[in-house]
Design a protein around this ligand. Structure first.
Ligand SMILES: NC(=O)c1ccc[n+]([C@@H]2O[C@H](COP(=O)([O-])OP(=O)(O)OC[C@H]3O[C@@H](n4cnc5c(N)ncnc54)[C@H](O)[C@@H]3O)[C@@H](O)[C@H]2O)c1
Length: 511
């Protein structure tokens, strides 16, 4: 079982952060020092005093190894628990280790209040801490996953650990985990009679691998492959899925695994929501766009000729498992398309993510895991606050009001992300025109999108009336006014009702 170990110098808040993290992830929390004390029937200062540090370290090693049979937990380790190689090897084999680091002053402030509970720092805390940090500097520096806790609350630090791990528990609509990890970890999830749904492109590269994972858990290999592309996101494909579920003997306890991009997961989730009045499904997204957006939030559905996503249901999966390695086979144009949603997430609420996007496509390709983890967290934060789009979730529609219309009018020759990039620029310009967007905002968004190779202008030949008509049909709009999410500054959008759509469209002519 894979635990999450919190490690680092004394005073970094491993226990406080750990308890918060355990609440957030709905896991149990174990403080290894308390386990040692319970086992020994005395406090750590007493063990040290009476039996010496070496005996304490022996007790620590054996307490650590006894965790092997515990359910997945958050485990706060003592500040020197992984100094012994055997302990470190054990922890690395049984989970992920996150190092909590802090400036000396932060540590001193915290430690001065309870130095008597920490025998290695008893007496002159200042000198003892400095010497302990100097002695262990190389050791602490050797842990690659780390966060800096200075000046942040336990909740903020717990969130940072979650972003670093790519690990969240969602509970606002259904209860499910979102995990960034290898597809092989599917075996940790309990399911019955699973069937994999993939589109033809994804099946070519990844179906065998996922089938093998399921077979290794003793499941029969069942799959259904559907045609790829937005033009197949329709009732006909949904019917194909329903029939395949029947033919493969799926009942109300079975699990459907959606292996694919947003088109595939939207349809599979919808088919699962309606088959026998709803069966479990798991999202294994295979495009960047579906990892950071489509697989999260429970929106499922399909298109009608009149517009995108006109039929659908809120029906969250039981698990989202995003494996960035699946992106290795994704065509570059699709990766770039997905980056439009990542930029959008940055503009909505994560200036640091936005700045990372500005580093361009090569940086992104080399840092996909970080991009996926950060962008997923933005979406998760928004949908947890407002699962049914009563307010702030509408912020995620930035670029989508114009973007969906442009995508539809292009007859899907523009990819979803490409259309969103165009929509984002048009909407940012409108925001600047009506005095909402600050100076330089449009340029910043344009520069970032261009650095990633995304389009920023509506194709000249695209008829304006058709775009306006498409905007009106788009399901999120009522007849009189259309609600736009307009960017105000990087990290903030405002929801604004617009009646004169021509004025929004005009914007792309003032480049
Ligand atoms: N439900 C939501 O909240 C939500 C949010 C955003 C977008 N969406 C929907 O998502 C859809 C767009 O999703 P998308 O951009 O992922 O498109 P997509 O699902 O069409 O995938 C793009 C292309 O890449 C191929 N592909 C996918 N993964 C691959 C891989 N690993 N290797 C090789 N080829 C691969 C697919 O076969 C397809 O040809 C739209 O229909 C949009 O409406 C839904």
């Amino acid at each position: 079982m894979k635990h999450i170990f919190l490690y680092g110098p004394p005073g970094t808040g491993k226990s406080t952060v750990g308890k918060q993290l355990a609440r957030n992830l709905k896991l149990s929390f174990i403080d290894l020092d308390r386990v040692i004390e319970t086992n020994a029937g005395m406090s750590i200062p007493h063990i040290m005093e009476q039996q010496g540090e070496s005996t304490f370290r022996d007790l620590e090693s054996s307490a650590l190894k006894n965790l092997v049979n515990e359910q997945e937990s958050i485990i706060a380790l003592g500040g020197g628990a992984l100094l012994r190689d055997e302990n470190r090897i054990f922890a690395e084999a049984h989970g992920k280790i996150i190092l909590l680091m802090a400036e000396v002053n932060t540590l001193l402030q915290r430690l001065n209040t309870d130095s008597n509970k920490r025998p290695l720092l008893a007496g002159d805390v200042n000198t003892k801490l400095s010497s302990l940090l100097a002695k262990r500097a190389e050791h602490y520096n050797s842990f690659p996953l780390r966060i800096h806790v200075d000046g942040k609350s336990a909740e903020q630090n717990a969130h940072q650990v979650q972003v670093t791990l790519g690990r969240h528990h969602l509970s606002a609509m259904g209860e499910y985990d979102s995990v960034v990890g290898q597809v092989s970890s599917l075996i940790n999830f309990s399911m019955q009679n699973p069937i994999i749904v993939a589109d033809e492109n994804v099946a070519k590269f990844h179906l065998e691998k996922i089938s093998a994972v399921l077979q290794s858990s003793g499941f029969e290999s069942k799959s259904v492959v559907v045609p790829a592309g937005e033009q197949h996101k329709n009732l006909e494909t949904i019917s194909t899925l329903w029939k395949a579920f029947l033919e493969n003997g799926l009942d109300r306890k079975s699990t459907v695994i959606a292996l694919g991009g947003g088109v595939l997961s939207d349809m599979t989730g919808f088919a699962a929501s309606t088959y026998m009045r709803g069966i479990n499904w798991i999202a294994v997204p295979t495009t960047l766009l579906s990892m950071v957006d489509a697989s999260l939030g429970g929106k499922t559905g399909f298109d009608l000729p009149e517009g995108k996503n006109l039929i659908g249901a809120f029906y969250p999966p039981k698990l989202v498992l995003a494996d960035p390695q699946l992106l290795n086979t994704l065509p570059e144009a699709e990766l770039i398309s997905g980056m439009a949603e990542v930029v959008k997430h940055g503009v909505i609420s994560d200036p640091e993510l936005f700045a990372l996007c500005g580093r361009g496509l090569d940086w992104v390709k080399n840092n996909l895991e970080e991009v996926v983890k950060r962008a997923m967290s933005v979406k998760i934060k928004v949908i947890e606050e407002d699962p049914y789009e009563k307010g702030i979730r509408a912020a995620l529609n930035l670029g989508h009001t114009v973007g969906h219309a442009v995508e539809l009018v292009s007859k899907f020759n523009l990819r979803h992300g490409e259309a969103i990039a165009i929509g984002m620029v048009a909407e940012a310009k409108y925001s600047a025109r009506v005095g909402l967007a600050g100076v330089g905002l449009v340029d910043a968004i344009v520069e970032s999108l261009e650095a990633l190779g995304l389009p920023i202008q509506i194709p000249e030949e695209m008829p304006r009336e058709e775009i306006i008509r498409a905007m009106r049909v788009d399901k999120k709009k009522n007849a009189k006014a259309i609600r736009f999410a307009l960017p105000v500054e990087i990290g903030r959008v405002e929801l604004v009702d617009v009646t004169d759509l021509e004025k929004v469209i005009d914007n792309w002519e003032i480049l």
